[in-house]
Design a protein around this ligand. Structure first.
Ligand code: CP
Ligand code: NVA
Length: 308
């Protein structure tokens, strides 16, 4: 049976910890001279409906590190669901490659790809979630603090795809999760319901507020993301009027624990959701976090496509 990587919610805490341990191991091995070619002769198709820097380059390099091959299929090429039905694309690609990574608009489209593909499908971001990002985020937190359980992770801003996956991985691993953002931009209720179940199992707590000061109180991690996600460009002006009270700036960071780390999935909109002073300051781990996309994704690929 093939296994997909569509949502953090689909993985048990033990499986997530297993992926983190594998990422740490592969990272160590890489810096000690290189990885074993466990994906030799295997290929990953990378389907993108939206732009990308980190996801595209880190998945491509991840395949290369593991001895495999990856290729990019942009929005102009295969026309997911437009030029051709998703079910047909999934079945055709399954005869050529051993894995499919896709970045889509509608979450339903990644589910449909996974339903029809005979090979593992990896979610490279949908409008609903961003699980590959969350695994790299947890890896970064784990490396920094030596644990995830018991920490307070505060997400400040839009209750978007990145917030959903961060909330799920935090609660799965026993970290207390807080969210603060404007009214009308909350994390989807269905995702919160799942997080409540994960938190009940792991002993984590959840906090939802419209007050960013409340959310960062006692935080070990402050996390933010763009106010306008890809596909929401038409709402940009309205969002830029509503979100400024949720900017992660030096004053807000000073209200968290003194050793707090600041995270951002990037791309950042400097001067909007985060100031230059914070992103380039001593609390920021954003570049280590971005680099960890490579290592976390190697773990996903090795497990799903290499049987490691
Ligand atoms: N964080 C992230 O997924 O970046 P890209 O959009 O550049 O891939
Ligand atoms: N929330 C952002 C994340 C980009 C990596 C978006 O969807 O555009």
């Amino acid at each position: 049976m093939k296994r997909d990587f569509i949502a953090i919610a689909d993985y048990s805490p033990e499986e997530i910890q297993g992926l983190l341990d594998l990422a740490v191991e592969l990272k160590k091995e890489w810096f000690a001279g290189g990885n074993k070619p466990i994906l030799k002769g295997k290929a990953l198709a990378m389907v993108f409906q939206k732009p990308s820097l980190r996801t595209r380059v880190s998945f491509e390099m991840a395949m290369e590190h593991l001895g495999g091959h990856a290729f990019y299929l942009g929005p102009q090429e295969i026309g997911l669901g437009k030029r051709e039905a998703i079910s047909d694309i999934a079945r055709v690609l399954s005869g050529y490659v051993q894995g499919i990574m896709a970045r889509v608009f509608a979450h339903e489209h990644i589910l449909e790809l996974a339903r029809w593909a005979d090979v593992p499908v990896i979610n490279g971001l949908s409008d609903y979630n961003h699980p590959a990002q969350a695994l790299a985020d947890a890896l970064t937190i784990y490396e920094h603090f030596g644990k995830v359980k018991g920490l307070k992770v505060a997400f400040i801003g839009d209750g978007n795809n990145v917030a959903v996956s961060l909330m799920h991985i935090s609660t799965k691993l026993g970290a207390n999760f807080a969210w603060a953002g404007p009214e009308g931009y909350e994390i989807p209720e269905q995702a919160i319901e799942q997080a409540r179940e994960f938190a009940a199992e792991s002993g984590a707590s959840l906090q939802f507020t419209h007050d960013p000061h409340e959310a960062v109180k006692g935080a070990d991690v402050i996390y933010t993301d763009t106010w306008v996600s890809m596909g929401e460009e038409a709402e940009a002006e309205k969002r830029k009027r509503v979100f400024p009270p949720y900017q992660v700036n030096a004053a807000l960071v000073a209200e968290a624990k003194p050793e707090v780390i600041v995270m951002h999935c990037l791309p950042a909109h400097r001067g909007e959701e985060i100031t230059d002073e914070v992103i380039d300051g001593p609390h920021s781990v954003v570049f280590q976090q971005a680099h960890n996309r490579l290592h976390a994704q190697k773990a996903i690929l090795a497990r799903l496509m290499g049987g490691i």
